[in-house]
Design a protein around this ligand. Structure first.
Ligand SMILES: Cc1cc2nc3c(=O)[nH]c(=O)nc-3n(C[C@H](O)[C@H](O)[C@H](O)COP(=O)(O)OP(=O)(O)OC[C@H]3O[C@@H](n4cnc5c(N)ncnc54)[C@H](O)[C@@H]3O)c2cc1C
Length: 397
């Protein structure tokens, strides 16, 4: 059954899919229609709503820095960008900074990253152990050689509000959302264009462009057009805890320990987690919190770095999936070479929320103009996947 025709069909309506829809619908040069297909309008299991929702400028690659800088600019005026009848969700941005800590072995990379960040205009400071103690007296610094602190524009926000902002404005602009699931993509006879999108409801939709925004399930959407995408669901357990002892002073930045632990303020609590060891693909329906991580990895590492965390209590936990790019833990953005009307916006691993404004805009430019107009994201393209050449980003969490 043919159920209509859309110029652009977006697979997945969470923060990336809705950002693409938003940017297309805001662009007066794009005169097409947009359909977003999303099976779960509650988004309960989307990476977006299970995210720790933080933004940083401290990357090692200028492209990732630029994407976050654009996010900062966009989010600063979020209300104006997404308001409908003068209403817009509140992002609740908290400018706490990120604090990367390093032992001696990590200092050279930290200094190099710092130079790149400064050259890109990021407001960051390198701190020696004495300076770390002066600013953050609760940190144990004896085994540290230094730290890198974001001074401005880094912190956390409300991920759900960001997504709802994109969605609300996109709908207002005429984008349609279908509660359905993409189950197959039909290629033309030559096998080089997606011609139709098959939905679980039985609907068959004609399309001009298809954008893969299916998060941790992106690989299976790519397989529908015969392409391999090295993206898999990987579990990340998040522990929220309460500490009666005040750390005093400013809010705890999102602190990344050399052992891989991260912890940040989430007033009145704290959020923390570590990458699992081993870090393997999981079933896309497996959202079981790995409670053993708390006892074995998280709590010992917390107490080591911040002795005031000796007496703490877990308040709640959840687990979400990274759409983990096994080649290089970075986004795959842009056309699929052999099927050029199929676009990737996938593999964001742990930093897709902050890249959503820039990537949505970039995909809308590709569709509207056939090329990037603002940020050139070709280095994040699918070609590198085919060549198995990683996009180097040293600063992944
Ligand atoms: C614990 C955790 C912490 C994180 N912390 C941060 C952070 O601090 N900062 C940051 O920037 N990023 C962070 N991330 C990463 C960030 O959340 C993701 O990169 C981002 O949300 C990806 O958005 P998305 O829209 O691509 O994917 P998702 O939010 O997963 O959305 C994908 C959507 O596709 C839909 N879908 C799937 N299959 C189909 C189909 N067949 N048909 C139609 N629709 C389909 C799904 O229902 C889903 O709604 C974190 C992630 C996790 C799990």
């Amino acid at each position: 059954m043919n159920s209509g025709s859309w110029d652009t069909v977006i697979v997945g309506g969470a923060v990336i899919g809705s950002s693409v829809a938003y940017w297309l619908s805001e662009n007066p040069d794009y005169d097409g229609t947009v359909l977003v297909v999303e099976p779960d309008p509650t988004y309960q299991r989307a990476s977006t709503t299970l995210s720790e929702a933080s933004i940083r400028h401290q990357f090692s690659n200028p492209i990732n820095i630029a994407l976050s800088q654009f996010a900062t600019e966009f989010l600063a005026d979020f209300h104006t960008h997404v308001e409908v009848d003068d209403e817009a969700p509140d992002l609740g941005f908290r400018d706490t900074g990120y604090l990367f800590l390093a032992t001696e072995s990590g200092m050279e990379a930290m200094r190099e990253n710092h130079e790149t960040q400064v050259a890109c205009g990021a407001q960051v400071a390198l701190l020696n152990p004495a300076e770390l103690t002066a600013r953050f007296p609760y940190l144990f610094v004896d085994d540290l050689a230094g730290g890198s602190l974001g001074l401005r524009h880094e912190g956390s926000l409300d991920a759900y509000s960001l997504m709802r902002g994109f969605q609300g404005r996109a709908r207002h602009n005429g984008v349609e959302y279908a509660t359905d699931r993409v189950v197959d993509l039909a290629l033309n006879d030559a096998g080089n264009r997606v011609a139709g999108v098959e939905l679980a409801s039985g609907r068959m939709v004609d399309c001009g462009w298809v954008v893969n925004c299916a998060g941790p399930r992106a690989r299976w959407i790519a397989e529908m057009v015969g392409l391999e995408l090295p993206v898999e669901p990987r579990i990340r357990s998040v522990f929220s805890f309460d500490c009666r002892e005040s750390l005093g002073g400013s809010l705890l930045p999102l602190t990344i320990d050399p052992c891989g632990l991260h912890v940040r303020t989430d007033p009145p609590h704290y959020l923390t987690g570590v990458p699992p060891d081993p870090d393997l693909e999981v079933d896309p329906d497996d959202f079981r919190v790995r409670h053993d991580e708390w006892e074995e990895q998280v709590w010992p590492a917390l107490v080591h770095r911040i002795p005031a965390f000796e007496r703490i209590g877990v308040t709640h936990t959840w687990a979400g999936h990274y759409a983990y790019n096994t080649l290089d833990q970075n986004a795959v953005v842009g056309p699929a070479g052999p099927v050029p009307n199929f676009l990737f916006a996938n593999g964001f691993s742990g930093h897709g929320l902050q890249q959503s404004p820039g990537v949505g805009r970039a995909i809308s430019e590709l569709i509207t103009y056939g090329e990037y107009q603002t940020l050139d994201l070709r280095e994040l393209g699918y070609d590198r996947i085919l060549r198995a050449e990683p996009f180097v980003e040293r600063s992944v969490i």
